[in-house]
Design a binder for this molecule. Structure first.
Ligand code: K7E
Ligand code: CUA
Length: 679
C-alpha cells in the first residue's frame, strides 16, 4: 500500500525544486489508479441482501468501496456528526461542510460579494460598507485570499462560538459569529499589506494572531528593493479579541516588528507552551529576486540555505513591553520595535530545515512540529528545551538583526523521516501525528513520543502512508489541532484532482478526500472524494457539530445581525416618510407580501429603505431586490436590513422577493416608481 519509493535522504536541491514545482503526478498516476486491485471488483459481500450485491456487481465495487460507502452515506434526515470550516482561498469565502457525508452545507460570505446571502449589494451588513472603507492603504476591495480559518477556543478546545479567517492578499481578518454564521467584523492591518500565519488563536481566544508573509516597508510606505535589509520588515500582530462584544479591539492590539524574512505559518502554544507563538520563516537569505535582470529567481534565491529560523515569540513578555509603554506607533498602531523585542526577551530563533511551511503544536503543548518543504523529515522541538535554552542563553549566535538563535541540538527533540514535501501536521487521540506530503501525494501517519496519547508503535516512528489525489496541501483531523483531538476522520485538501472527476474543462475542482483514521496501524484509507468546484480551500478545521449553538431564527423580530441586538428602528408595519428630498421607507415582509407595495419617489431623492422580515418560522427567508439599482438582500426570519441609495434612474422598477417562499411567492412584489425630475 505504501507509496514511498525508498528514496531516502537528501537528493540535491535542483531536482527537489523541480519536483516541488511540477509535482510528481505524471510518474505516480498509474500506480495509484491501480491500487485496490481490479480482482475484487463486483465481489458479493456476505450477508448483504441480494439486490445490494447486484448493485455491487453492476457498479464494480470492491469490498473496500462498500465499507467506505457505509461509513459515509448519511440517510435523509440524519445529521452529520462533525462540521468542517474550510477557507475558500481566493473566492474570499468560508465553506461549511458536514462530515462524514462531505456535503456542502453552506458558504459564508466573508470578503466577497455573495448575492444569495445579500452580501455586498447595498445592504449595510456587507463587508464593503463598514468602517474604514476603503481601508488604509488599499482601494475599495471586493475579493480576498482566505487561507486559515480558526475556531474560537476555551482552554485550547473549540467552543463553537466564533470563527476567524484571514485575507492573505490584503492583510485583513474577519470575525464570524457562529450563532448565525455571518461575518460581523473586518479589520485591516495598518502596518503591512499581506499576511499568512493567520488566523490562529491563543488558547482562550485572547488574541487572534496574524503573521505577515512577504516583507515590506512597515507603515505601507515605499522603499526601493536595494534598501531591503534596512527598510523591509516582517510583522507579527496580536489582535485582541473581546469575546463579550464578539469583536476584535484594535485599540488593545499590538504588533512585533520582525526581520525581513518571509514569515510563514504560525501556531499558538497551549498548556505547556501557553504564552508562546511559533512561526516559521523562509527566505532567510533575504533574496530580492529579479530574474529579468539576471538575478536568481526567488524560488532559487530563497532556497539556498540549509536552515531557516523558527520564530519563538513570548507574547506574555510582549504584553509587558506594551504595558510599559515601550512601543512605537505606526499609523496609529502599537508596534514593538525589533531591537526592543530582542532586548526584552520577546523573540528567539531556532534553526529549522529547510524552507519550512507548517508549524503545529501537539495536543499537550510540549512539542512543536515543523516541516521543511525541502527536507524529508519532520523536526520536533520541545518547549521545555526552548525555555531552558532561553534561560541559559544557550545560543549558537545571533542573526544579522541581533535576534538570539537557540542552539539547534539544545532545543530539538526528534526528527522523523516521513517522505517528500512535508507540509502540515495534525494530531489524533491514538498518539499519532499526520503530515501531508505534497511531493509524495500522500498523508503520513507517525507516532508522537511523550505526548498526551501514546501510539502502540512507540515514539517517533513512521507508521504508514495513504496515497491521496493529488498534491495535498493542508490536512485537517477532527479537532486535530486542539488540546483534545478526536481523530477518527481526516480530510486531505488536495490541490489537484486530475483524473478523479468528470472533466468540466481546464479549470479542475479541488479534491477534498476523507480518510478514516479511527483504527491504529498503517491502514487509514480514503473513503470519500468531494470535488469542490468553487474555491481553493487551504486550511480547514473540523469540530464536533454538537458544540454549535446556532439560532434557527433570529431571537426577536427586527433583529440587526451586525450588532446582534433588536433594532430600535426596525419597522413593524409599513410606512413612507418624506422630509424634503429624503424618503424613508419602512417595509415589512411576510408571506406573501411586502407592505407597502407602492413606493413613489422623485428622481434624485435620497432613499433609506428598511425592511423587517416578520416571520418566526424556521427557513421562512425572504429575498429582496431592486432591479437596475444593483440592490439585493436576504432577510432571514426576524432580520431587519437597511438599504440606502439615491433614486438616480427614472422609471418603474418591480421589486420582488427572491426566495420561493410560498405558493404565492411570485405575487410577493411591489413597484418602485421613480418619477423623472423634469416632470
Ligand atoms: Cu499550506 Cu496558506 Cu496554510 Cu495553502 S497554506 S496549502
Ligand atoms: Cu418571500 Cu418569496
Amino acid at each position: 500500500m505504501s507509496q514511498r519509493n525508498g528514496w531516502h535522504g537528501w537528493v540535491g536541491m535542483s531536482s527537489v525544486l523541480l519536483c516541488l514545482a511540477i509535482g510528481l503526478i505524471g510518474c505516480r498516476r498509474g500506480e495509484i489508479a491501480d491500487e485496490g486491485g481490479d480482482a475484487a471488483r463486483g465481489t458479493p459481500v456476505a450477508g448483504l441482501p441480494e439486490d445490494a450485491n447486484q448493485i455491487i456487481q453492476e457498479r464494480g465495487l470492491t469490498p473496500d468501496d462498500v465499507a467506505a460507502a457505509v461509513a459515509t452515506y448519511t440517510p435523509s434526515g440524519k445529521m452529520d456528526e462533525y462540521i468542517m470550516f474550510a477557507s475558500g482561498g481566493h473566492s474570499g469565502q468560508v465553506l461549511v461542510i458536514g462530515l462524514p457525508s462531505m456535503r456542502l452545507l453552506r458558504s459564508i460570505a466573508v470578503f466577497t460579494p455573495e448575492p444569495w446571502q445579500g452580501a455586498g449589494f447595498g445592504v449595510r451588513e456587507s463587508p464593503f460598507h463598514t468602517e474604514g472603507d476603503p481601508p488604509i492603504g488599499r482601494k475599495h476591495l471586493t475579493w480576498a485570499d482566505t487561507h486559515h480559518p480558526a475556531l474560537s477556543e476555551t482552554n485550547g478546545d473549540y467552543d463553537g462560538q466564533f470563527l476567524f479567517i484571514n485575507d492573505k492578499a490584503n492583510a485583513r481578518l474577519a470575525v464570524i459569529d457562529l450563532r448565525d454564521f455571518e461575518t460581523k467584523q473586518w479589520v485591516v492591518n495598518p502596518v503591512v499589506n499581506n499576511n499568512h500565519g493567520s488566523t490562529m488563536v491563543t488558547p482562550n481566544t485572547d488574541y487572534v494572531v496574524e503573521g505577515s508573509q512577504y516583507a515590506v516597508p512597515l507603515g505601507l510606505k515605499y522603499a526601493p528593493l536595494d534598501k531591503y535589509q534596512e527598510q523591509y520588515r516582517g510583522l507579527m500582530t496580536f489582535w485582541k479579541f473581546d469575546r463579550a462584544k464578539g469583536r476584535i479591539d484594535p485599540a488593545q492590539s499590538f504588533a512585533i516588528e520582525l526581520p525581513p524574512y518571509w514569515q510563514d505559518l504560525a501556531d499558538s502554544g497551549k498548556i505547556a507552551s501557553d504564552g508562546w507563538v511559533f512561526q516559521n520563516s523562509f527566505n532567510t537569505e533575504m533574496a530580492t529576486g529579479g530574474i529579468e535582470s539576471g538575478n536568481p529567481p526567488f524560488e532559487a534565491g530563497a532556497s539556498q540555505r540549509d536552515m531557516d529560523y523558527l520564530h519563538a515569540i513570548n507574547y506574555r513578555a510582549a504584553e509587558k513591553v506594551v504595558a510599559d509603554g515601550k512601543c512605537a506607533e505606526i499609523n496609529g498602531f502599537r508596534v514593538i520595535p525589533l531591537a526592543t523585542a530582542v532586548s526584552e526577551g520577546v523573540l528567539y530563533f531556532a534553526a529549522e530545515p529547510k524552507s519550512p511551511h507548517g508549524v503545529d503544536v501537539c495536543p499537550c503543548g510540549k512539542h512543536i512540529v515543523v516541516s521543511g518543504k525541502l527536507d524529508p523529515h519532520v523536526t520536533v522541538y520541545h518547549i521545555d528545551k526552548i525555555k531552558e535554552a532561553v534561560a541559559k542563553k544557550d545560543f549558537e549566535g545571533n542573526d544579522p538583526f541581533g535576534v538570539p538563535i537557540l542552539r539547534f541540538d539544545a532545543v530539538k527533540e526528534a526528527q522523523v523521516e516521513i517522505g517528500l514535501g512535508p507540509l502540515h501536521t495534525q494530531f489524533d487521540a491514538q498518539g499519532y501525528a499526520y503530515t501531508s506530503l505534497f511531493l509524495d501525494n500522500a498523508v503520513a501517519r507517525w507516532s508522537m513520543g511523550d505526548c498526551k496519547y501514546k501510539a502502540p508503535e512507540g515514539a517517533w516512528k513512521l507508521v504508514g502512508t495513504t496515497p491521496v489525489h493529488y498534491n495535498v496541501g493542508h490536512i485537517s483531523a477532527a479537532e486535530g489541532d486542539t488540546v483534545d483531538p478526536d481523530g477518527r476522520f481526516l480530510v486531505a485538501l488536495n490541490k489537484w484532482s486530475v483524473d478523479r472527476f468528470v472533466n468540466t474543462g481546464p479549470l479542475l475542482p479541488q479534491n477534498l478526500q476523507l480518510l478514516d483514521t479511527s483504527r491504529p496501524g498503517d491502514r487509514f484509507p480514503v473513503i470519500y472524494d468531494m470535488p469542490l468546484g468553487n474555491a481553493e480551500p487551504h486550511y480547514a478545521q473540523i469540530m464536533k457539530a454538537d458544540k454549535l449553538k446556532t439560532w434557527e431564527v433570529y431571537p426577536d423580530v427586527g433583529w440587526d445581525p451586525l450588532s446582534q441586538v433588536k433594532s430600535e428602528t426596525a419597522p413593524m408595519k409599513g410606512a413612507i416618510r418624506r422630509n424634503g428630498d429624503a424618503v424613508e421607507v419602512d417595509m415589512i415582509a411576510i408571506r406573501s407580501h411586502f407592505e407597502p407595495e407602492h413606493v413613489q419617489v422623485r428622481q434624485g431623492q435620497k432613499v433609506k429603505w428598511t425592511i423587517t422580515n416578520m416571520e418566526r418560522t424556521i427557513d421562512a427567508t425572504h429575498g429582496f431586490c431592486i432591479p437596475s439599482y444593483n440592490i439585493e438582500a436576504s432577510l432571514e426570519p426576524g432580520e431587519t436590513v437597511t438599504i440606502e441609495f439615491v433614486a438616480e434612474k427614472e422609471g418603474v422598477f418591480p421589486f420582488y422577493c427572491l426566495e420561493f417562499c410560498s405558493a404565492l411567492h411570485l405575487e410577493m412584489v411591489g413597484y418602485l416608481l421613480v418619477e423623472p425630475a423634469s416632470n
